[in-house]
Write a protein that binds this ligand. Structure first.
Ligand code: CA
Length: 465
């Protein structure tokens, strides 16, 4: 492809929106026509992964192009030091108009307020769904309405007021569909008369898995609270009926929140069409990580298992990306920053740790493209969900995970030490990760090789514990 001028970039990120709740990814449980529009007019990434599946750490990696042990946000309990280098700052000093609107979730006040943005207007912390308080350039204001609508209203306002002579970089971050899954009025009766199908692994008994799966506190039938499901179950249900009741209550509200996102993404796409901006604007839809939608009997994320590890990633940029394309090449959240810089024609700083995704977007994936990824969840036995810390490697065929059993005194971790244990999944034979084959004699060569690769990657990304 020849030289293209600096694109406008709109990065839409929702919170906890799993790829398997997007129809472009073959969802069995909902339809997302406007998100699908991005995929149909652009590209769908089928192997986009998060390097640490929780909110703040993923956001810090996206901004900095660095892993959490480098950018300092290993757990939810560590605020981002916004004095460090990140993609917003670099685009800003190189002539982009920049804005950060919606969920920042990297701390606020002190050194954690957004930097590198000409305009910012964020929810404090998790933010509220209804009549949210927002912090506009340091000033608190309560805004009437629904968070998802407000986020897009503010984006459209900012786009209207921008200087049309300069390219722009807009980070549009939804609060939805994060817990406690409060839908808006428009969608609150959606799915009322139907049952949403349960996932195949809904009744997983964790057989062959390590203590980590057994001990996690994110079970649909045990750990959801009254606030989450907005009421009490009817009396007289059997255990399995009760589990189904909780699932229906949870998943319907989750999907209702997504329906509002989908409508609002449609508004933004229509605006780009109306203003003649579609061809010159790269627009992305992603989420900070995946989510369990009843898979393995769970809600929430954190684990390196597929539903949590995988990020949806849809991108449209007609000047450079073929409509209706898809790729299974690996892409990581640490790659996004360098990708934007590449398209803007700006050299990435040496210390960014990702790779520009431009070749895979343009259908020119090199033969030596990354075919393994390093993952690390640091928040050992976190107070909310009791998930054991782990690191691991995923290749196209395998996933090897080590629950190494300690928190290293990090904020949000437990002092409790556990024996290190391992899990290996053969994703070709067992895509749902139900059978840990770590001790199986047929897999001992794979274990040996994957461990070498894992320690190699750990060192390569400079994670020295
Ligand atoms: Ca999240």
């Amino acid at each position: 492809m020849g030289e293209i001028k600096q694109p406008n970039i709109i990065f839409i990120m929702s919170d906890d929106h799993a790829a398997h709740a997007i129809s472009a990814y073959g969802s069995r449980i909902n339809e997302t026509p406007n998100l699908d529009r991005i995929a149909n007019e652009g590209m769908r990434l089928d192997n986009c992964f998060c390097t640490n599946s929780i909110c703040a750490p993923s956001r810090a990696s996206i901004l900095t192009g660095k892993y959490n042990h480098i950018n300092g946000v290993k757990t939810l309990y560590q605020d981002f030091d916004a004095r460090q280098q990140h993609v917003g700052k670099i685009l800003q000093v190189n002539g982009y108009q920049t804005a950060m609107i919606g969920k920042w979730h990297l701390g606020h006040g002190g050194n954690s307020d957004p930097t590198g943005f000409d305009y910012w207007n964020i929810f404090p912390g998790q933010g509220a769904y209804h009549d949210p308080e927002m912090i506009e350039m340091g000033e608190k204001k309560k805004i009437p309405g629904y968070a998802t609508d407000i986020t897009i209203d503010l984006c459209l306002d900012w786009l209207e007021k921008r200087d049309e002579e300069q390219p722009f970089f807009l980070m549009c971050h939804h609060k939805a569909p994060h817990r406690p899954w409060d839908p808006d009025e428009k969608h609150q009766h959606l799915y009322e008369d139907i049952d949403i199908p349960e996932p195949e692994t809904f009744n997983d008994d964790y057989d062959t898995r390590t203590y980590a799966a057994f001990e996690a506190e994110m079970r649909i039938d045990r750990d959801l609270r009254k606030r989450d499901v907005k009421g009490e179950p009817p009396e007289g249900l059997s255990a399995s009926e009760l589990k189904s009741w909780y699932y229906q209550r949870y998943i319907k509200d989750y999907l209702r929140c997504i329906a509002s996102i989908d409508d609002n993404v449609g508004r933004l796409l229509d605006y780009l069409d109306e203003k003649g901006l579609t061809d010159d604007t790269m627009i992305i839809y992603t989420s900070d990580q995946g989510f369990f939608l009843g898979d393995h009997g769970w809600y929430d994320k954190r684990f390196m298992y597929e539903e949590s590890l995988r990020m949806p990633f849809l991108i449209r940029y007609p000047r450079s990306i073929k409509a209706g394309s898809a790729t299974d090449a690996f892409a990581l959240n640490v790659d996004f920053a360098q990708t934007f810089l590449d398209y803007a024609g700006i050299q990435s700083p040496e210390d960014m740790q990702g790779t520009s995704l431009r070749p895979i977007f343009e259908g020119a994936t090199p033969n030596d493209w990354q075919s393994s990824m390093y993952y690390r969840y640091w928040e050992h036995l976190d107070p909310e969900h009791n998930v054991a810390a782990h690191y691991g490697i995923r290749t196209h065929r395998y996933k090897l995970i080590c629950y190494y059993g300690e928190g290293f005194g990090l904020p949000g971790t437990s002092d409790k030490k556990l024996e290190p244990v391992w899990e290996l999944f053969d994703l070709e034979q067992d895509p749902h990760e139900l059978k840990n084959v770590y001790d199986h004699p047929n897999y001992q060569d794979a274990v040996k090789e994957l461990k070498e690769q894992l320690y190699g990657l750990k060192e390569k990304v400079k994670d020295f514990d």
